[in-house]
Ligand binder design. Structure first.
Ligand code: PGA
Length: 239
């Protein structure tokens, strides 16, 4: 049950302790590969470690340690066996005022500590001309980043997150091509992995999985439901 695609599950601030136990009782019966990345709410992370799948954080701070109440550092994450971190999610940008500049610091610090980075980018409105926005995000967030082999880009149009709306396959294909070409041209790195995120579900995964140039999916809401998640992993990992 393995191919090269990646599925990242972003639980956000969901599940109670009891619900998390029920969730684990289902997914821990499965033999996944490390290409499934689960990003639980921070306090639940230890329950997800050392299983068949990988674990990621939903956010990180850029400092190594010290007086930063409430934050988690990349060094701490790495020391616990965490592999991935999501950086620059639109909810962090919108609700916590994260700028491209701050995100850039987080990306560099996470990579320096040996974490793999899932960098989220995406345009705010359903515009055909989204290139300008995502170009600026990539330029700023990846400034001085050398280690692109450990970076994945998650293309998430903001208008598609949690709305049941998605771009067409053709639109996603075009944007993914644009991202890959841009990284190749501007950062001299070929083969960056690009995930699509925004309202991916068990009902549209068959269709979205037909897009030939994406490397996987970043999934929010649907990843909280084990039945939906198992359906999605079956489609993505077996074809
Ligand atoms: P969604 O969220 O799948 O619920 O749209 C995706 C995300 O925010 O990463």
């Amino acid at each position: 049950m393995e191919n090269n695609k990646i599925i990242v599950c972003n639980h956000k601030m969901n599940l109670t302790g009891k619900e998390m136990e029920t969730y684990l009782s289902v997914i821990n019966t499965q033999n996944f590969s490390k290409d499934l990345v689960i990003c639980p709410t921070n306090i639940y992370v230890p329950y997800f470690l050392k299983k068949s799948y990988s674990v990621g954080l939903q956010n990180i701070y850029y400092g190594a340690k010290g007086a930063f109440t409430g934050e988690v550092s990349p060094v701490q994450a790495k020391s616990m066996g965490i592999t991935y971190v999501i950086v620059g999610h639109s909810e962090r940008r919108t609700n916590f005022d994260e700028t491209n500049d701050l995100i850039n610091k987080k990306v560099i610090s996470a990579l320096d500590s040996g974490l793999k980075v899932i960098l989220c980018i995406g345009e705010a409105m359903h515009k055909k001309k989204n290139e300008k926005i995502i170009k600026e995000e990539m330029f700023s967030c990846l400034k001085n980043v050398k280690d692109l082999a450990n970076v994945m880009i998650a293309y998430e149009p903001l208008w598609a997150i949690g709305t049941s709306l998605t771009p067409t396959n053709d639109e996603i294909f075009k944007t993914t091509t644009f991202i890959k070409d841009f990284i190749h041209k501007e950062f001299n790195y070929e083969g960056i992995k690009v995930l699509y995120g925004g309202s991916v579900s068990d009902t549209n995964i068959e269709e979205l999985n037909k897009i030939t140039n994406i490397d996987g999916f970043l999934i929010g809401g649907a990843s909280l439901n084990t039945e939906k998640l198992l359906k999605i992993t079956k489609v993505v990992f077996t074809r």
